[in-house]
Write a protein that binds this ligand. Sequence first.
Ligand code: AHR
Length: 335
Amino acid sequence: MARHTFARTTFAALSAVTLLALGACSSEPPSSDAGDGGSDGGSGSDLISVGFSQVGAESGWRSANTMSIKDTLTEENGFELSFSDAQQKQENQISAIRNYIAQGMDVIAFSPVVETGWDAVLEEAKGAGIPVVLTDRAVETTVDDAYVSFIGSDFIEEGARAGEWAAEQYDGEGYKVVELQGTTGSAPAIDRQEGFAGAIEGTDLEMIDSQTGDFTRDGGKKVMEGFLTAHDDIDLVFAHNDDMGLGAIEAIEAAGLKPGEDIKIITIDGVKDGMTALADGKINYIVECNPLLGPDLAEVIEKTVAGDAVDARIVTQDEAFDQEGAKAALPDRQY
Ligand code: AHR
């Protein structure tokens, strides 16, 4: 089992390159940008060919993450990127990764939609000698040295920070809490739930319902509508991301209640729309999840192909914001 046991494999390689940067772009459904046949991995180009399989375009966070990756892994920075959008489907990711293996990419990177079910394809990449880098989300695998590095936030810590803030504010008041979970089986949904539950354990906050809204605004709205029909005593919503929290705001307002006052809301991410709702008083607290993983990914790839050691785990640093903090941070927010 290797969810937190990562390899320090290095792979001999091509030439070194310069990199850096962030910027803008977007991911549209049909799967692949440079086309799954777009990269000439192994054809003799000086560029490092990278196949990246993205989860989808389910949230503002995901769009910012895609933007960071595309704007960093540019030809100018020494990369030839083949990008594919899996539309939140594991089978699409597996097929994209198999394509990248067949093309002989120098490096494959992906953000796994769910934690399990990757052993076969990771074994295939390993057999082909292609290093794999995980971004954003972890996997559980029995394959040894399945990937060189995992870059992303500590999701258990994010859930715990959300729960600790809730407990600090509302312990002793007998608050009833509902939870909007992320995609079932995904690392952030599993870990944020665990972190939050641990933090409110032993307090007067009581979790009365918890369902998945699949990290989407629409999903959050629909699940919140169901919660409001089933319960007339909800005090607090813990949403695993901003988008579901924003959907919950719509449902709460449609029910004639005031989000942020009649029903408090805590979310995770800190994208512009979420931070704006926080500054407007409709959300009460946001734990950040930084999506700008492109520069770290580029550095790991560059070092890997150069045969240098890389950190097996790179933990992204996240902040947290209350309503005043959001007002101060918004003018400089990049995403
Ligand atoms: O894996 C990160 C999560 O995925 C973000 O919190 C969420 O917005 C996204 O969909």
